[in-house]
Design a protein around this ligand. Sequence first.
Ligand SMILES: N=CN[C@@H](CCC(=O)O)C(=O)O
Ligand SMILES: [Zn+2]
Length: 387
Amino acid sequence: MATLITGIGELVTNDPVHDGTPLGVLHDAALVVADERVAWVGRAADAPAADERTDVGGQAVVPGFVDSHTHPVFAGDRSAEFAARMAGERYDGGGIAATVTATRRAPDDELRRGLVGRLAELRAQGTTTVEVKSGYGLTVADEERVLRLAAGVVEEVTFLGAHVVPPGTQRDEYVRTVSGPMLAACAPHARWIDVFCEPASPHAFDADEARTVLGAGAAAGLGLRVHGNQLAAGPGVALAVDLGAASVDHCTYLTDADVDALAGSETVATLLPGVEFSTRSPYPDARRLLAAGVTVGLATDCNPGTSYTSSMPFAIALAVREMAMTPAEALWAATAGAARSLRREDVGRVVVGGRADLALLAAPTYLHLAYRPGVPLARALDVAPRS
Ligand SMILES: N=CN[C@@H](CCC(=O)O)C(=O)O
Ligand SMILES: [Zn+2]
């Protein structure tokens, strides 16, 4: 069954063929969706016939947001930690242990309910692809169960056993566990492996430890992602580029050498401005990255410690207001850039043959995403189900 979506006042495709810009904007547009894929895209006046027709009344349609960095499988509450930070405390990753304790105690049903609820929250704000990390289990059994739950509901699943060294565990012994039995138990549920490489945190991993874990993950067939350069300049970015990681995330503190390395690489710099908002930290220098030609992605980093938001529009608004990205750059980073960080060609843009993952905006133009911060304008557009 084919559905014609018409009455699109402004359609962002991320396909430059339409207007010669990265966003590929069309006005008075329409598209045809069949079997959850885009079958046709163009001007409404040229639209072909279809079995069904949906008129969106002049609203804007953009590619569904791609949230390429989240940690939504957890239990417990860390709002008091947030309040303490707002009163001047610094974030160093120490609070992760509290979430680990609560997550280990939580039965599967409670974790699944929390995950599904957070994914619904994301979708209600226009996000159609979500990457989900583990990292609050940190035993073989708990990491495996978290990833099994995640793999039951999303495609992009990331093993983050190397989030922090759990209290009471020797560092070298833990790195051996993560790279050995934990990886063996978790790899069947995951597409990616990630490491919090941050020597500035006493809880996270240094370059050698991160290299060991990522090397083992690559040997097990997983793609690589890195949490790096969040708290200070450090080895995370260089390591990610050296190992051909798909993404290095945070990038808050970068040296010139880091920027140069990223510029000549296939590694996406994924910026997470919700973290700087919630930890009262300086924002990453997005303009420096863009000027150097680095591919920039944007994500929420939805997690209970540093960024408990599920809103990609909020990330876009922060990127525009606090990181001086243009609204067009921010939307591209939240869709096509984030898709590239997941090495996905089928999401993050509206092209024939791609997934019909779309966000509808209660607004005439995508500019409203940053212009009207905090207003629930975006929602995932549900098109007719597969025939
Ligand atoms: N920095 C490391 N990990 C998460 C925060 C986890 C937490 O504090 O619970 C992040 O991406 O910011
Ligand atoms: Zn993270």
